[in-house]
Design a protein around this ligand. Structure first.
Ligand SMILES: O=P(O)(O)OC[C@H]1O[C@H](OP(=O)(O)OP(=O)(O)O)[C@H](O)[C@@H]1O
Ligand code: HPA
Ligand SMILES: [Mg+2]
Length: 174
């Protein structure tokens, strides 16, 4: 089976939105430092672009979780594959994700990070697929709400491919 990618959000649209979010975060955290926590691998492209557009001091850390185990459907079990290098105590943390889909990954992660005593904890996602939500997640910054379609690009993969696309596309199978 081959797949075709149909553009959902162009590179220009995504760039403009990231600029907007960067300005909003810079305003909201004026006079403070923000600590961005990237959820690998999907969140990495968005975080790099966003970090460049934030004008308050920024520090970065990375973590990797496995949400789906060996199954193809989300089981609700989230395993930490790589933990953060730095403690979160007293930091203004913003978790950066590419997509909130069922919400399982982020609801688990936010609960866990809250226990580490950050000064504040917010969530910023490039994409939100609300139709697929199974677990409630409070999202503070959202780039785009999208329909229930499987999307790739800007960090999002299909079978580990297409993460490097500079736009968001819908995968069509033919
Ligand atoms: O809301 P959910 O249903 O939990 O899905 C969202 C999560 O799934 C994807 O990551 P994935 O676990 O596929 O790993 P990746 O980021 O390395 O692609 C995506 O990057 C989110 O982290
Ligand atoms: O639509 C999606 N695309 C890629 N990865 C994902 N992980 C959750 N939803 C998606
Ligand atoms: Mg991910």
């Amino acid at each position: 089976m081959t797949e075709k990618i149909k553009v959902l959000l162009s590179e220009g649209e995504v760039d403009a939105k990231i600029q907007q979010i960067g300005e909003q975060i810079s305003k909201d955290y004026a006079g403070k430092q923000v600590h961005l926590v990237c959820v690998l691998k999907g969140g990495s492209f968005f975080m790099c672009e966003l970090a460049k557009r934030i004008t308050v001091p920024v520090s970065l850390d990375f973590m990797s979780v496995s949400s789906y185990g060996s199954e193809t459907k989300s089981s609700g079990v989230v395993r930490i594959v790589k933990d953060l290098d730095e403690p979160l105590k007293g930091k203004n943390v913003i978790v950066i994700e590419d997509i909130v889909d069922s919400g399982r990954t982020l609801s688990y992660l936010l609960e866990m990070l809250k226990d580490r005593g950050p000064e504040s904890l917010r969530l910023c996602t490039l994409l939100d697929k609300p139709d697929r939500r199974v677990v409630d997640v409070n999202v503070d910054y959202t780039g785009f709400q999208i329909p229930d379609e499987f999307v790739v690009g800007y960090g999002l993969d299909y079978d580990q491919k297409y993460r490097n696309l500079p736009y968001i596309g819908i995968v069509e199978f033919e």
